[in-house]
Ligand binder design. Structure first.
Ligand SMILES: [Zn+2]
Length: 246
C-alpha cells in the first residue's frame, strides 16, 4: 500500500518544471525510481516517417513516447507493408534491446510526430537490475505489448476494414491531446495493410456515419462514442490490458 501511495502522490506535482514525463510507464515510478531514471533520459522530437529502428538492427535506444507515436511495420519480401505493433505514451519502444534479443526484420518508424524521452537500453537495464519494481513494470509492459500484437493478428484476419480503421483512430486519439489525428492516406494504408484506395474507402465509410471529418492529411473525431460503437472489440481488449499497468 505504501508503494502505491507514493505512486499516486507522484502524479500530483512532484515533478520539477519541464522534466515532468508525459509517459504512463514513467509516471508510475516512485520518487526513488524516478531519481535513478531521470538522468538517463533526453527529451527529443521525432518527425513523421523518421526511422526509430531499422530492419535487421537493434537500436541502442529505448523511447518512452510522450506525444509521438511509433509504428512497428512488417515488410514482406515483395514490399507490402503492414503495421504489427504500435507504441505511444502508454509504453516503450525498443523491446528487442530491452530483452537483449536478436534483431528482427521489422521497421520501427514514427507515425505521429511529437516528443519522446530517449534513454540507452544498457542504462535502463542497469538501473532495472537495482530496482526490481522497474524490471517488473517493463516485464508487464512486454506482456501487454504481446497482447496488442496477438489481438492485432486476430483482428487483421477476422474483422472488417471499417471496424479496424475505427479501432486504429481510437488508439491514436487516446494518445494525442487534441480531437484530431494527423494521418495521411499512405500512413493509414500501411497501418491497415491495404492499398491506399482501401484506406480511402474506410475513411469514407466512417465519414458517412458522421463520426469523423477527414481531409487528405487530417482526421477530426466529431463523435467519439459513435466511433467506439463502430470499432471492433479489439479496441477495448487492448486498452484494458494497458490500463492494468498504471
Ligand atoms: Zn478487431
Amino acid at each position: 500500500v505504501g508503494a502505491r501511495n507514493d505512486r499516486v502522490q507522484g502524479r500530483s506535482g512532484r515533478w520539477v518544471g519541464h522534466r515532468e514525463p508525459r509517459n504512463h510507464l514513467l509516471e508510475v515510478l516512485t520518487p526513488v525510481e524516478w531519481a535513478s531514471v531521470e538522468p538517463l533520459l533526453d527529451r527529443v522530437d521525432l518527425t513523421a516517417f523518421q526511422t526509430v529502428e531499422l530492419p535487421g538492427e537493434v537500436s541502442p535506444w529505448l523511447h518512452f513516447p510522450e506525444s509521438a507515436i511509433i509504428s512497428v511495420v512488417n515488410i514482406m519480401a515483395r514490399g507490402r507493408e503492414v503495421e504489427v505493433g504500435t507504441v505511444g505514451n502508454e509504453g516503450m519502444s525498443g523491446l528487442t534491446a530491452w530483452h537483449e534479443a536478436e534483431a528482427d526484420d521489422n521497421h520501427s518508424v514514427c507515425s505521429a510526430a511529437g516528443s519522446t524521452l530517449r534513454a540507452r537500453a544498457s542504462d535502463i537495464i542497469a538501473v532495472a537490475s537495482q530496482h526490481p519494481a522497474i524490471r517488473r513494470l517493463l516485464g508487464r509492459y512486454s506482456g501487454a505489448y504481446l497482447t496488442l500484437v496477438a489481438q492485432g493478428a486476430a483482428c487483421n484476419r477476422i474483422h472488417g476494414l471499417e471496424q479496424r480503421c475505427a479501432r486504429l483512430l481510437l488508439m491514436m486519439h487516446d494518445r494525442l491531446t487534441g480531437s484530431h489525428v494527423l494521418l495521411t492516406r499512405g500512413s493509414l494504408s500501411v497501418m491497415l495493410g491495404v492499398p491506399t484506395s482501401g484506406a480511402t474507402l474506410a475513411i469514407r465509410a466512417l465519414r458517412g456515419h458522421g463520426v469523423i471529418r477527414a481531409s487528405r492529411e487530417r482526421v477530426d473525431i466529431v463523435d467519439r462514442d459513435g466511433l467506439e460503437r463502430l470499432a471492433c472489440e479489439c479496441y477495448l481488449v487492448v486498452r484494458d490490458r494497458f490500463a492494468t499497468l498504471t
